[in-house]
Structures are given as structure tokens and as C-alpha cells.
Design a protein around this ligand. Structure first.
Ligand SMILES: Cc1ncc(COP(=O)(O)O)c(C=O)c1O
Length: 437
């Protein structure tokens, strides 16, 4: 073993020791310890992985990223997966792919329409607006919180080009109905799976049904890179376009640090440039730079080892909450998996019935007093957000459930750092509060 490797091993040992001392296991004290809604769960392995990536002194996407992309693609069962620096960037890249001129008539252009839901996360919708397309909003069902299928046909117009929706809170939307609809009318389907890593529909991972899908690795999500995301798909032509949008819009597909992968670096006519202009500096689209560092990839790679355990823990916590809160179903609408879906839940959504006798703010305040974290369903109704004042959009059908979500819905955590004692405590606090109403 070289001296350098010996030092590296010592560093690993020190990092493990440091982790033990700096982040000792905390005992759960009911009412005193915080029960998070979400958050990372890491141990010394993640810190060692990041340290290793730093010691490589490579810094940009490198060996850790290649392994992460390969391993996660394999887990999902998809041909290609490319990392980006956030779930929002993943949505931007994925939507950009659908606008590429190579698609001819199918390319999404300004003024075209994209079917989506109003109860959503902003950056699922934002690329639609940023490209000058028109979001067409539908209501969702409760208690699945997924798109109202019966309104789909009504949403269609000669300008419709795509359906862009998230598997909200990890629950799969009706993929049979949506894929059939997209196929019938020749529409793109973009699946935002940022909340749904590990969710399957009829035994297949979500994100493998449509044309292109996205993930987020922000600490709230199923695995984390600190900041990070991914675009995944099985169509190799679309993958090349996605990479190009991610990497400055370049035509060249060389890995960082590599040259002349195409073998035609100095012998092509591109645009109006002189013949043989270096292919490394040829830009075929208006792109971005949304790549990650190899330290982020190393963190993600260490998290991948724990992914299935995390997914299982989320499912167990969800089931325990559902069982424990069942007695309050006359006051609280509890979440439900869509048919054929086996969700890797992001959180446990609760909608307070209008006649429950308690408001959302009252209930959240009481839970907060017991250190139980809560969140709302993202933007609620995106159309009511301040930035939407000047946005052009179209509504289809009624929005009774979206309205209910804005006023009555919130969620509590199911993340893997929540153990069974914590879930038991959450249920007992609900029992105490709800018994008074
Ligand atoms: C459905 C959905 N899409 C996109 C995002 C954006 O991901 P990021 O925070 O990594 O940008 C989120 C974030 O929570 C999300 O929930």
C-alpha cells in the first residue's frame, strides 16, 4: 500500500471517529425532540465518500458521478440517467428537451398548451411558462391528490403538446389513463418524480412510463446530494439532447477532461463557422450549465446503498400513521394510494374535513407545541401565488379539491429518521387534540 493510500485510510478512520463524536445518536424524548417532516439521514459513510471525492481533487463530475448515474439507472430500470444540480434544474432540462427543433411539429413552441395540475410545486410548472407555453390547469382527486382523469379530454385543444405532472407526495398518478391519453393524441409525457423515487406502478418504477422523468436530491427527498437532481429516460436521442441542454447547449458529448470522442473534432461544417471549427466549441441549442460536482455525486452514491431501506421505512411509517389515525377519519381525510400504485411516500397528507370543528392553523399550532413538524402541499393552488398575477393560463373544470387543499390540507413526516416511537407519539398527540373536537 502506498504512503498516500495509508494516509487516506487514516483519514477515513478519523472521519468515522469525528462523525461519532460530532453527531452522536440522539435519544427521542417525546414532546422535547423535534419530529421532522423530512430531512437527510446520513452516517460516516457519506462523510467518507465526500472526503474521498475531495481527495481525488477532480471536483467536477467524474468517477463518482458515472457510478451514481449507472447504479441509479439500474435500480429504476431505465436506459439513461443524467445528474443535474437540482430537481428544478431537472425539470428545466427535461422540458427543454421537448422544445428541441429536432422534433419538428411535436416540438413545444411559444403559445402551445401543456396540461398540468394547479395543486403543484412551482418548478414543475415554471419551465412551461419560461418557454412561453400555456399551462392548462386541472383539479386533483382527494384523497389521492392526483390529476382528475375525467377532465383530461376536456383539456385538449389543437395546441396541446404535452402532459407535465408530478407523482404528488410519492403517489403515482393514473399512468394507464395518462399514457393512453398521450398516445391517442401524440402528446409528450413528462413525469416529475421528485417526490416519488422508489414508487412503482404495476411493479414498474414511475418515470419509466412517459418520455422523460425527473428526480430531486435535496435533503427533503428520498436520497440526498445536498443539492442535486436527475433526468432519466430510455430514448437515446432525447438523452443526447438533455445532456446538451445541461452542458451549455454544446453539440460535443465528450466527458469532462476528454477530447475528440466523436473522432471528427476538426473536420465538420457547423453553422456559419469556418470548416473544421473545434467541435468542442459548437453549440447546437441555447443551453445551461447545470452539472454537479463529484462531491455531490459521492454523497448520492453512498445514499444509494440505503435507498431501498429508506423506501421501506417510508412505507412502514405511512402505514403506522394510517392505522393510528383511522379512528379520526370522520374528521380527517387520510391519504390513499392510487390503484396499482405502491408509493414510496414523501409525506403523510391530511385534509381536515370542513365540519371537523378545528381549523388547519389550530391543529398545526397544537402539533408544533409538541414539536411535530408540518408542511403544506407546496404551492397549494399555483394560480393564487403572487408571481402568477401576470401569467397566461387556461382552466378546465372546477377546482373544488384544489380549493380544499389550499385551506384544509397539510402533511406530517414519514422520512426514515422517524422511528416507530416517534410515530406512536404523533398518533397519541393527534388522539389528545382530536378528542376535544
Ligand atoms: C414535485 C417537485 N418537483 C420539483 C421539486 C424541486 O426540487 P429541488 O428542490 O431539488 O429543486 C420539488 C421539491 O421539493 C418537488 O417536490
Amino acid at each position: 500500500m502506498s504512503k498516500a493510500e495509508q494516509i487516506k485510510n487514516s483519514i477515513h478512520q478519523l472521519v468515522e471517529e469525528y462523525h461519532q463524536l460530532k453527531f452522536p445518536q440522539q435519544e427521542f424524548v417525546p414532546g422535547v425532540s423535534t419530529i421532522p417532516v423530512s430531512g437527510k439521514l446520513i452516517d460516516h459513510n457519506e462523510l467518507i465518500a465526500i472526503t474521498d471525492a475531495a481527495l481525488d481533487a477532480w471536483f467536477t463530475t467524474g468517477r463518482f458521478n458515472s457510478e451514481f448515474e449507472k447504479n441509479l439507472a439500474k435500480y429504476i430500470g431505465v436506459k439513461h440517467l443524467i445528474t443535474v444540480n437540482s430537481g428544478s434544474s431537472a425539470n428545466l432540462v427535461a422540458f427543454s428537451v421537448l422544445t428541441a427543433s429536432e422534433h419538428g411539429e411535436k416540438a413545444i413552441k411559444p403559445g402551445d398548451e401543456v396540461i398540468t395540475v394547479a395543486a403543484s410545486f412551482p418548478t414543475t410548472i415554471n419551465p412551461i411558462i419560461q418557454y412561453g407555453a400555456i399551462p392548462v390547469f386541472l383539479d386533483v382527486d382527494i384523497p389521492t391528490y392526483e390529476i382528475k382523469i375525467e377532465d383530461l379530454e376536456k383539456a385538449l385543444s389543437p395546441k396541446t403538446k404535452a402532459v407535465v405532472i408530478a407523482h404528488t407526495m410519492g403517489n403515482a398518478f393514473n399512468l394507464d389513463a395518462i399514457t393512453a391519453f398521450c398516445k391517442k393524441y401524440g402528446l409528450w409525457l413528462m413525469e416529475d418524480c421528485c417526490d416519488a423515487l422508489g414508487t412503482t406502478y404495476k411493479g414498474k418504477h414511475v418515470g419509466t412510463f412517459g418520455d422523460i422523468a425527473t428526480l430531486s436530491f435535496y435533503p427533503a427527498h428520498h436520497i440526498t446530494m445536498g443539492e442535486g437532481g436527475a433526468v432519466y429516460l430510455s430514448n437515446s436521442k432525447l438523452k443526447k439532447i438533455a445532456e446538451s441542454f445541461r452542458d451549455w447547449g454544446r453539440d460535443c458529448w465528450c466527458e469532462p477532461g476528454k477530447d475528440n470522442t466523436c473522432g471528427k473534432r476538426f473536420c465538420q461544417q457547423c453553422g456559419d463557422l469556418p470548416f473544421g471549427y473545434d467541435h468542442k466549441y459548437i453549440y447546437s441549442r441555447s443551453g445551461f450549465n447545470l452539472k454537479i460536482t463529484d462531491m455531490q455525486a459521492a454523497l448520492g452514491l453512498a445514499q444509494l446503498d440505503k435507498l431501498q431501506h429508506f423506501v421501506n421505512r417510508r412505507k412502514e411509517n405511512f402505514e403506522a400513521l394510517k392505522k393510528g389515525l383511522k379512528k379520526w377519519e370522520h374528521k380527517l381525510i387520510l391519504p390513499k394510494a392510487t390503484e396499482h400504485s405502491d408509493p414510496s411516500w414523501f409525506g403523510f397528507l391530511i385534509t381536515i374535513r370542513k365540519d371537523a370543528g378545528i381549523t388547519r392553523n389550530e391543529l398545526i399550532e397544537k402539533l408544533t407545541e409538541h414539536k411535530i413538524g408540518t408542511r403544506l402541499l407546496f404551492a397549494g393552488d399555483i394560480r393564487k401565488q403572487p408571481y402568477f398575477k401576470n401569467v397566461t393560463y387556461r382552466n378546465v373544470g372546477t377546482f373544488d379539491n384544489t380549493e380544499l387543499i389550499v385551506n384544509q390540507t397539510f402533511w406530517v413526516g414519514v422520512c426514515p429518521s422517524i422511528n416507530s416511537s416517534m410515530v406512536g407519539f404523533v398518533v397519541s398527540v393527534f388522539d389528545e387534540i382530536m378528542a376535544k373536537y
